[in-house]
Design a protein around this ligand. Sequence first.
Ligand code: PLP
Length: 430
Amino acid sequence: MDTSRSHALFDRARALLPGGVNSPVRAFKSVGGEPFFVQRADGPHLFDVDGNRYIDYVGSWGPMIVGHNHPAVRQAVKRAIGAGLSFGAPCAAEVTMAERITALVPSCEMVRMVNSGTEATLSAIRLARGATGRSCIVKFEGCYHGHGDSFLVKAGSGALTFGVPTSPGVPAALADLTLTLPYNDFDAASALFAERGHEIAGLIIEPVVGNANCLPPRAGYLQHLRALCTGHGALLIFDEVMTGFRVALGGAQARYGVTPDLSTFGKIIGGGMPVGAYGGRRDLMQQIAPSGPIYQAGTLSGNPVAMAAGLAMLELVSAPDFHAALEAKTAMLCDGLEAAARAAGIPFTTTRVGGMFGLFFTGETSVDTYAQAVACDTGAFNRFFHAMLERGVFLAPSAFEAGFMSSAHDDAAIAATIEAAREAFAATAA
Ligand code: PLP
């Protein structure tokens, strides 16, 4: 495979961009090697600057649920562009977007549009702190909520001790206010709330974890967290930046039947444009400026082009049976990969929820904790990743990221992926 043009671009990029990229995981540091540079994308495929084609299971990290360059989204963007790029004053598409989100996700009685998932989660915890008058937030090991200071924190030496920053630049005094729990552990959550419940403004969780591979919630776990938050006057925040409109039309909250106080969104609602949103109970959202005192703003928030892309995308995913069909594709892929691994004698299992999935190089038959995810054989994953890439399949370049299915992945693309995996597993074993 010729990658000389990508290589030359990466050389130029490294001179001027930290690590050669504008977001760390793109640099392939975790799997080794160098990234390819994309020239264009269409349907389930990416095409690089050297003319190589890849079946893409990254999907721009989630937004591309109908495949790349979908004509309906493209047309909507073209129409919007004709009327101007940004107004800095209200426009109708923002109202339509709010109507659409609140209709699809009933726990969101009101919403505020922002420009990224990071902005959405930062704003949601400010609201939780402002509304409750408390300072602590709870997050889970392995969950990612963007790069806000309060989220770049891991557990201290004991589960009930202060959090410690995971990045220089995050003040220890702020990290102290982030309490970290193991995902899917009922007792740890009960113990933390028993001890510190009165200090907790809100608990934020990826209801299906997609940033530590893919970890589904245990039966009753989200309900348990709901009860703890209600019992202790803390807000339950579902970070649905990844799961929203993907694991079900109404997101994880619809799939598992749990109603959060606040939710955050991104990715799919922007249709590939930079968009985020947060929403929730009316009495909470009304505390946001200008109707309330909790400040949050954005020059480009509710941008008309981004709203047009997002609305077109929401229209497409609202088609009858869209999510059932997507889930069937994910099942076909995961079953095929497991069979290919078995045939090659590789210890391997998958997880999947709707249109997202996880690949685990492990002898365990089911994986749903962060500890299990980090115990997997990352060396085997990295070999598999490169063997797949050489065969024209692009998986997430890290053993700790979920994979994303799109409606554009037809049977032929999935069959070709499984065929590539048969060879790649054999190469991984060798
Ligand atoms: N929350 C979750 C669950 C995410 O997966 C991400 C990004 O991957 C974010 C928040 C941050 O979103 P963004 O990268 O748009 O800032």
